[in-house]
Structures are given as C-alpha cells and as structure tokens.
Design a protein around this ligand. Sequence first.
Ligand code: PLP
Ligand code: SF4
Length: 343
Amino acid sequence: MIHRTDPARQAPWQAELAAAIRDPEALIRALGLPEGLCAAARIAHGRFPVRVPPAYLARIRPGDPRDPLLRQVLPLDCEQADQPGFSKDPVGDLAAQVAPGVLRKYEGRVLLTATGACAVHCRYCFRRHFPYAQSQAARDRWQAASAHIAADRSIREVILSGGDPLTLSDDRLADLMHTLRGIPHIERVRFHTRVPVVIPSRVDEGLLGWLDQARAAVVMVLHINHPQEIDEAVISACARLKVAGVTLLNQAVLLAGVNDDADVLAALSERAFAAGVLPYYLHMLDCVEGARHFAVDAARAAGLLEVVRARLPGYLVPRLVREQAGAPAKVPVPAVGAAIDCR
Ligand SMILES: *Cc1c(COP(=O)(O)O)cnc(C)c1O
Ligand code: SF4
C-alpha cells in the first residue's frame, strides 16, 4: 500500500521506508537478541507483521530484550494468549464511519483514515485489526471525504490519521491541501503521525512545500512514547516543522514495560518540550486483542500522573484519557464511569 515509485525518483524518506525491517528474524539478529525469541515472533508476525525503519532501529540498544523501543515493535509470545475483554474494534471505529475512510465521533471534527500504511508497526496499536481495504480516504483522491466535509458546515477541523498520513506521497497530500483550501469552513488541519519520529527525513522540501499551501492552521500530533525516541534527527525535523508554523503536540500511550514509570514520563515531557513539542494526551491502552501485556490499570496510571504533576509545570503534564466507544470526547481518567480496567 506504500506507493512505490521508480527507485531513481524516490525521495530519501521513501528509500528509508522501503528499507524497513519486515522480518522478525532479521530484527532479532540485527539487535543481537536471543535466537529463542524467533519462533514466537514468527507466529505473532503472521497476525500483524513486523515493520521497523532503520532510523528507529538505530535508537534501540542492541542485546537488550527489555529495551523500551524494542518492546513496541517486537512480536512476542504473549500476543497469542486468549484475551477476554480485548477485542478487534475496541473503540467503535467501524460504527463511526460515515463515508469510506471518514470517521465522525466528535463535534466539529472528522477523522480521515487516509491510508492503511504505517512507517512502523506498533504491537499495541488498535488499528492492527482494522479493515483498511474498505476505508481509505485517499483512494479516490479524497472525493467521498471532501464531499462529506464540504456538505457539513459544522466541521471545522479535519484530522488525518490512518495508518499514518505522512506515508502518503507528497502528490496525494498536496491534492488534499488543495481540496481543503476550497472548503471555507475548514479552519484547522491536523495530522496524527509517527513518521517525523521514526523517519525524520520525511520532513523534507516536498513536505514543507505542500504545508506551505495550507490556508488552515496546521497541527501535528506526534506519537512519542519514550524519551529515547527523540534523537538529534527528530529534534531537527521538529525544528523544520516549527519554522513552517506547525503547532506540535505529542500523544503517548501508557505501556507496561515501556513508559509506566514517573521518571520516564517526566523525561518524555521535558525532552519533547526541548524539541518544541508540548504533551497533549497520555492514552490508556485500547483493549485490543494481542496487546494485553501492555495494559496498565487506571489506578496505577492516575498515580503515575500525580507524581508527574507534582514535579513538572502544568503545561508539561499530559491529559490522561481513555477512548470510550460512544462517548462525546476522550474520557479523562480518573472520572466517573471512566476507571474501567481492561481486566
Ligand atoms: C481521537 C479522535 C478525534 C480527536 O479528538 P481530540 O480530543 O480532538 O484530540 C477525532 N475523531 C476521532 C474519531 C478520534 O478517535
Ligand atoms: S497507527 Fe500509529 S500506533 Fe498504530 S501502528 Fe501505525 S504508527 Fe503505530
């Protein structure tokens, strides 16, 4: 689903995307991890394939099975276990689809599942089971999506999600910007993306070119779960986006064994801020089949946030939220009716 063009005409970021590790044994060997991990990784990979771009691989400590970045991308045995309470569509996305690739859950905003492709495959992702084939807004050059958006003046913000919208080609994205320019009630365009983090070279002249065409304000919500994900290349990608006038926010997912630690969460906020990115959400894990080993219960999550709140300025404390099917917004944790654990 990645648009493969003539290799000679590929941008460097497209070559990096094409060079991503897509084989579990290759990942295990590249990092000098125990061969004993291979068999289980191969099976879990059959359900949701491995994908790790080289720039992300380089930030993983070799030889450490507990590395917090590795845990996000390595398929494990425990993904196979029977997981009552964990489902394929835990957040009710299928029910919220109002046109192909257009999700309408909240007032004033529509979310476009622009593409099924991602630059990295995160094991905890609720989209691991999503039937993308029927739901890609970019497929028809945004026609169905833009017709829906143009017809409803209550929509002020268009959110590009996926998959990851920044895996789309610059041509596709320029088309979208052009289309949205013609819809006067659209005031904000938001991208939910992990690409500037895992392939920072994506923030190139091509991207800055179509960004410059936006009439609406542009917001990018990055997805960084651990301070070790922010290296010099990420910092400079963020700096280029800032210069282009983009508002940069971060959402993380609270993940056992990755960032369920007040020191790590505080360091994440501070390091992101130093790169020009403000914390936005800290999401409770969606109860998606195969991800149970990442779950952190709500009481512990709220406790971790209290420690962070006591230590950092308020603007560096993310909002701890849970996505709840049918709710009018992300639900704060703890809140009445929200402190429901997966188990
Ligand atoms: C999360 C989400 C949004 C955005 O919610 P905000 O609280 O504005 O960040 C919009 N639409 C859908 C379908 C979502 O899941
Ligand atoms: S949608 Fe985001 S969290 Fe899910 S696999 Fe893609 S990059 Fe990872």
